[in-house]
Design a binder for this molecule. Structure first.
Ligand code: GCU
Length: 362
């Protein structure tokens, strides 16, 4: 087996400072690492702005929330699903093709926004069509989530930042920040969290950011930046997610920039093929979630994401969790199969959330 690469020690800060307790880490190292990750990897977030929520009528378990922003971006539509009793917690995260793609209920309007061309998802001429309905229903097994007593909230990622270099730049201009897409999507978690809190419908202090793949990358950065987020689940998040760039396995920085030049800070491109020169790396991003619940879901055949490296990232974040005696707030599984978010993954997430509730971590 190839030995895991040496990763920067998350307990060591500038000037040889070494944190031996959680207090020192939080007062001296947290800001240092957060700044390094912003500078080298993600770039700046948009300004926080103001959020205003309008609560629509409830249809079955579903409540539509219209979330408006200042400074002005088009409003985002959040679909919130509520169990038939006060929810234990809420899982919240974006989807790839609009709320109608994860729930075949014909009453859900198709998202009218621009979508990247994915014929398999029924996207035609950059728009969702009737064929988009329910294509990703497997990714959000709502009935099971609700029966277990949890709420779920989701929104189209493109409501915050379309997944396209030019449109992403245009959105950045509107909001007055040179924000890359992963940071935009991370920002969307914080704004939706505020909307959920305003709605009063779910316990906003028990909101778990969940994301699959590119959204897994965003969920981790959201939890790193926003301590109000109670926990994070990164599913098959790979490069720029749970897997440190130094763990050379599957997708690399050069690959990311070749296909998705708008996802990360332009500064990251300079580290292509010299990953070891980064001051930070993705295990540091994971550590920034400490001591909150953090789950890294991996898949055996997901070589592009790199399940071995994803695990290495989680293990390298553990020393920071250990400072709080919070190692039990970390979780992971390796599902057999390829790159996907499946009901089997959710069964693990629900069990993890139950476990964190029992231990008082959630
Ligand atoms: C591509 C990309 C990955 C990303 C994935 C996804 O495969 O290379 O980095 O995680 O898309 O978001 O589905």
């Amino acid at each position: 087996m190839v030995p895991p690469p040496a990763l920067p020690d998350p307990l060591c800060g500038p000037d040889g400072l070494r944190a031996r307790d959680a207090e020192t880490w939080r007062t001296h190292l947290r800001a240092h690492w957060l700044a390094a990750c912003t500078r080298e990897i993600y770039g700046p977030m948009p300004p926080a702005g103001k959020v205003r929520v309008e609560i629509g009528a409830q249809h079955g378990a579903r409540v539509a929330l219209a979330v408006a922003f200042e400074p002005a971006l088009p409003p985002a539509n959040v679909a919130l699903y509520l169990p038939d009793r006060p929810p234990h917690a809420v899982f919240f995260g974006p989807n790839f093709a609009g709320n109608a793609s994860i729930d075949p209920d014909p009453a859900i309007p198709l998202d009218a926004g621009w979508m990247r061309p994915e014929p398999a998802w029924g996207i035609a001429r950059n728009r969702a069509t009737e064929a988009t309905r329910g294509v990703h229903a497997q990714r959000w097994p709502l009935a099971e989530i609700l029966v277990r007593g949890y709420a779920a909230a989701t929104w189209y990622d493109g409501d915050f930042c379309p997944d396209d270099p030019d449109l992403c730049a245009a959105y950045g201009q509107k909001i007055g920040a040179q924000t890359a897409a992963i940071a935009f999507w991370a920002w969307s978690y914080s704004r939706v969290l505020e909307a959920l809190a305003q709605s009063g419908l779910v316990p906003a202090d028990k909101a778990i950011a969940i994301g699959h793949s590119r959204h897994g990358k965003a969920a981790l950065w959201a939890a790193a930046c926003d301590p109000r987020i109670a926990g994070a689940i990164a599913n098959n998040s790979g490069a720029g997610g749970a897997r440190p760039f130094r763990c050379i396995e599957g997708e690399r920085i050069a690959d990311l920039f070749a296909r998705f030049p708008h996802w990360f800070a332009p500064a990251l491109r300079d580290f292509a093929d010299r990953e070891n020169a980064l001051a930070a790396d993705q295990h540091i991003v994971l550590a920034l979630a400490a001591p909150r619940p953090l789950y890294v879901a991996r898949a055996s055949d997901d070589a592009w994401a790199g399940p071995t490296g994803e695990l290495a990232g989680l293990e390298a974040a553990r020393p920071v969790y250990d400072l709080d005696g919070a190692s039990d707030a970390l979780g992971t599984h390796l599902r057999r199969g390829g790159h996907a978010l499946t009901p089997e993954d959710w069964r693990h997430f629900l069990a993890f959330a139950d476990r964190c509730r029992r231990s008082g971590k959630l």
